[in-house]
Design a protein around this ligand. Structure first.
Ligand SMILES: NC(=O)c1ccc[n+]([C@@H]2O[C@H](COP(=O)([O-])OP(=O)(O)OC[C@H]3O[C@@H](n4cnc5c(N)ncnc54)[C@H](OP(=O)(O)O)[C@@H]3O)[C@@H](O)[C@H]2O)c1
Length: 326
């Protein structure tokens, strides 16, 4: 099969073992690309086996070990020869004892090292997997302009005060990436997905999938500062490819099927799954968030169409059931 983007056939995916990374590797292989995917530990079958089992992996997938705290020079083997890099590797956790060490340092230092290696290796285009967490919350913006993509940044001081460290890590890493790209003349484009769900073939359940799992198990979650809606993992992976293959795509790209509040999410879940003890939210604390049906206009203009909420949730829940998790 012919790869897209006029022959830019080798792409490096950092964090290829993860929930989104594994789907991206799969879609790139399906499109005919050769892929260099990085994993944190090559000796851990939990990070490698699901990738090696993909169609095309035997001949067009090579795995490399890479830690985000490694020096840029050690990242070169995975990046050398690639025309594109999609940088996903970043710690994704909502609980941390040492935010500096566990989140901020790997996110920021790792991003800059990957970009440095990309620049040194002559990579043509880098797609950075940021997050809508780098865009909101920012109470100083009017609600109807809360997310307007390029100029919309989360309020880092507020996030620090509320100790929402994952969001701090994504905001600072994305800002550092833009600064690097500007200073070094690197072609960078950014994807900012919301809470990502959907079918998974990783052996473990990542943090965003775990949100749904916990809700179905009746746990009470406080996500009013961070939740803005869902997006299907297949749409996130597809959007990253669209951004890579379209040099006209510039800046930041919100990636969400619809913008909605956490209360909407739990209400819909209760309706869809009355057999599960989903905790109903009593007080909606998300007045700052305007609901919107098709918020990801820039991606839609590039041809991305989003899988509807119900399908994403249903297929995720089916996966949980098939794996005996609920
Ligand atoms: N899931 C969401 O809701 C969501 C939404 C918006 C943005 N994102 C972003 O999307 C990216 C992928 O997230 P995901 O949902 O696929 O999460 P995930 O399943 O937890 O994957 C995270 C990936 O990062 C790698 N990683 C973490 N720390 C590392 C380190 N110190 N050195 C090297 N690799 C490291 C992991 O490698 P190992 O598996 O080998 O440890 C894994 O491949 C992240 O940048 C995340 O911030 C996710």
């Amino acid at each position: 099969m012919e790869a897209g983007a006029g022959g830019r056939r080798l792409v490096c995916v950092t964090g290829g073992s993860g929930f989104i990374g594994s789907w991206l590797v799969r879609l790139l292989l399906d499109r005919g690309y050769t892929v260099h995917a990085t994993v944190k530990n090559l000796q851990d079958e939990g990070e490698t086996k699901h990738l090696q089992a993909l169609d095309g992996a035997a001949t067009r997938l090579r795995l490399f070990q890479m830690d985000l705290l490694d020096a840029a020079s050690s990242m070169r083997p995975a990046i050398e020869g690639a025309q594109g890099v999609v940088h996903l590797a970043s710690p994704l956790t909502l609980q941390t004892r040492d935010p500096e060490k566990e989140l901020l340092e790997p996110a920021m230092k790792g991003t800059l090292s990957v970009l440095r290696a990309a620049k040194d290796c002559g990579v043509e285009r880098v797609v950075l997997m940021s997050s809508k967490s780098a865009m909101v919350p920012n109470p100083s913006r009017p609600a109807d302009k809360a997310i307007a993509e390029d100029d919309c940044w989360a309020d880092v001081e507020l996030l620090k005060k509320r100790q929402i460290w994952y969001n701090v890590s994504k905001t600072l890493a994305e800002k550092a990436a833009w600064e690097f790209a500007k200073n070094e003349g690197l072609q960078l484009v950014v994807l900012n997905p919301g809470t990502t769900l959907g079918p998974f073939f990783t052996p473990s359940v990542n943090t965003s999938l775990n949100i749904l799992l916990q809700l179905l198990r009746g746990q009470e979650l406080e996500l009013d500062a961070v939740y803005t809606g869902l997006v299907d993992v297949r749409d996130v992976a597809q959007s990253a490819i669209v951004l890579y293959e379209n040099p006209s795509a510039q800046g930041r790209h919100l990636c969400l099927a619809s913008m909605e509040r956490f209360v909407d999410f739990t209400e819909k879940l209760t309706d869809m799954y009355p057999e599960f003890p989903v905790h109903r939210i009593k007080e909606d604390k998300q007045g700052w968030l305007m609901r919107a049906k098709d918020p990801s206009k820039k991606l839609m203009d590039l041809g991305v169409r989003f899988i509807p909420f119900d399908q994403t949730v249903r297929e995720t829940v089916d996966c949980f059931r098939n794996k005996g998790l609920i």
